[in-house]
Design a binder for this molecule. Structure first.
Ligand SMILES: Cc1cc2nc3c(=O)[nH]c(=O)nc-3n(C[C@H](O)[C@H](O)[C@H](O)COP(=O)(O)O)c2cc1C
Length: 392
C-alpha cells in the first residue's frame, strides 16, 4: 500500500493537542521542556495518521524536541541526489588563499547536504568558499538520540551571549571582512542554526557589518524561522538579501536548481530595485529617484523586508522631518537642498524638502514631482503632521 506524505509538524501538533500538554512543538525553549508524550505515543500517532492518509510513504522526519526519539536519522535524505562528502565546494580546500571573488560562501555540513548546496552556489556566484569545522573531529552529533547535538544547542539557548556556550571551531583562512557579499549555508539542528555555524557567527559576525548577507538553511522538515532569528541575532547590522532559501527533504532532489533560482532572483531584485523607491502620503504616491550610497543600499535592503512608515512634521518653513525608528549608515557632507530632496539627517531621520536649507546631510534621492505647488500639496507643507510611507 502507498501512503500519502505527511509532515511531522502536523503529527507533532496532533500529538500535543491529544496530550493537552504545555509542550511547544516548535519553540526555542522546547529543549527545556520535559516531553510529556512517550515514543510509543508518537509511533501510534504516526501510524494512525499514516493509515488515515493512505497514498504514499511518509517522509523521514525528526521530532522538534531533542527529548523525543527521532523517527529517522535527520541526515537521511528522501529522494536526495547528494552524496555526502563527495567534493569540496568550489573545487577548493580552505587554507591560505587570498580572496579572489566579491562573494564568500560560508558553510558547515555534518552529513553533506549543505556542502552540496555551497558547492552549487559557489559555482553560480563565482564565489570563494569557507568551510566551518568543529575543533573536535569525529564527534557523532546524532548518536544516542542526538545527545551531543542536543547538548550543544541547549547550551547556546541557555546562555546565547556567553562565548563559552559555543563549541570551539577550527581557525578559518578567509576573512569575511574582505567580501562584499556573504552567503551562510547551514543545517538546522533542533529548530535552531547548527551549533558549529553559530560558533563562527558568534566570533566573526561583527565583521559582516553593512555587508549584503544571504542565508540558505537545510533541514529534514522543520521550518527555519528560528534559524533566521539566530542569524539576525548573531549577524547584526547587515543588509539581508531577500528571503532565506529553505531546502528540506521534500525539495532536496531539486536543491541545486533551487539554489540557482534563488541566487539569480536576488541579483535581479538588486538590479531592478535600487534606482527608485516610492513615497506615499495620504494615499497618493510619487516615485523617488535614489542615489547609490551606503544609506540607500541599507534603506532598499530594509524596504525589501517591509515598507517604512513614519510621522513627519513641519520644520523651519522648508521641510517635513521625522524619525524612521531605525538608523541607516550615513555619509554626511555639507549640502544645500532644494525642493523634492529626500535627505537622511542624523542617521535616523528622513527630511522631505519643499524649500531649501544648508546642513551636513546624506542624500537619499529626489521626489519626482510636477510643479512646486503640487509638491507642497503632496507634502501638505505647513499643515502639520503627516504619515509618510516609503516602499519599493
Ligand atoms: C543534531 C541534529 C539535529 C537535527 N535536528 C533537526 C530538526 O529538529 N528538524 C529537522 O527537520 N532536521 C533536523 N536535523 C537534520 C538536518 O537539519 C538535515 O539533515 C540537514 O540537511 C543536514 O545538513 P548537513 O547534511 O549539511 O549536515 C538535525 C540533524 C542533526 C545532526
Amino acid at each position: 500500500m502507498i501512503f500519502r506524505k505527511i509532515g511531522i509538524y502536523s503529527v507533532d501538533i496532533s500529538i500535543c493537542r491529544a496530550a493537552k500538554s504545555t509542550y511547544l512543538c516548535n519553540d526555542n525553549n522546547a529543549i527545556k521542556h520535559n516531553m510529556l508524550v512517550n515514543f510509543r505515543t508518537i509511533l501510534s500517532a504516526l501510524t494512525l495518521t499514516a493509515l488515515l492518509s493512505c497514498t504514499e510513504l511518509p517522509a523521514p522526519e525528526l521530532p522538534e524536541s531533542p527529548q523525543e526519539e527521532p523517527s529517522e536519522k535527520p541526515g537521511d535524505n528522501n529522494g536526495g541526489s547528494e552524496e555526502p562528502g563527495s567534493e569540496e565546494p568550489g573545487g577548493e580546500e580552505p587554507g591560505g588563499e587570498t580572496p579572489s571573488g566579491k562573494t564568500l560562501v560560508l558553510f558547515y555540513s555534518y552529513t553533506g547536504n549543505c556542502k552540496t548546496l555551497a558547492a552549487a552556489l559557489a559555482g553560480y556566484a563565482e564565489a570563494d568558499v569557507q568551510e566551518i569545522e568543529p575543533a573536535e573531529e569525529g564527534l557523532k552529533y546524532d548518536a544516542n538520540n542526538y545527545a551531543i547535538g542536543s547538548r550543544l544547542i541547549a547550551a547556546i539557548r541557555e546562555k546565547p551571549n556567553d562565548a563559552s556556550s559555543y563549541p570551539a571551531i577550527k581557525p578559518v583562512s578567509r576573512n569575511a571582512a574582505d567580501y562584499e557579499t556573504i552567503v551562510i549555508v547551514t543545517p538546522l539542528w533542533w529548530s535552531n542554526m547548527a551549533a558549529i555555524m553559530q560558533s563562527y557567527l558568534f566570533n566573526e559576525g561583527s565583521k559582516m557589518k553593512g555587508k549584503k548577507v544571504g542565508l540558505i538553511v537545510s533541514s529534514a522538515s522543520s521550518g527555519i524561522s528560528s534559524v533566521v532569528a539566530d542569524a539576525k541575532r548573531l549577524v547584526p547590522d547587515v543588509q539581508w538579501m531577500g528571503e532565506a532559501l529553505w531546502i528540506n527533504n521534500s525539495n532536496r532532489s531539486r536543491s541545486v536548481e533551487l539554489v540557482k533560482e534563488w541566487w539569480n532572483g536576488l541579483n535581479k531584485k538588486e538590479e531592478t530595485m535600487t534606482s527608485e523607491i516610492k513615497i506615499t502620503v495620504s494615499g497618493k504616491s510619487l516615485p523617488v529617484k535614489i542615489e547609490d550610497n551606503v544609506a540607500t543600499k541599507a534603506l532598499v535592503a530594509a524596504l525589501r523586508e517591509a515598507p517604512i512608515t513614519y510621522e513627519a512634521h513641519d520644520y523651519g518653513g522648508f521641510e517635513k522631518v521625522g524619525g524612521i525608528g531605525r538608523t541607516l549608515p550615513s555619509n554626511d557632507s555639507q549640502i544645500t537642498t532644494s525642493p523634492g530632496d529626500v535627505i537622511l539627517y542624523n542617521s535616523d531621520q528622513i527630511v522631505l524638502f519643499y524649500g531649501s536649507n544648508s546642513w551636513s546631510y546624506t542624500r537619499i534621492g529626489k521626489i519626482q514631482y510636477g510643479t512646486l505647488e503640487e509638491l507642497k500639496s503632496f507634502l501638505q507643507a505647513g499643515n502639520g503632521n503627516i504619515s509618510v510611507s516609503l516602499s519599493l
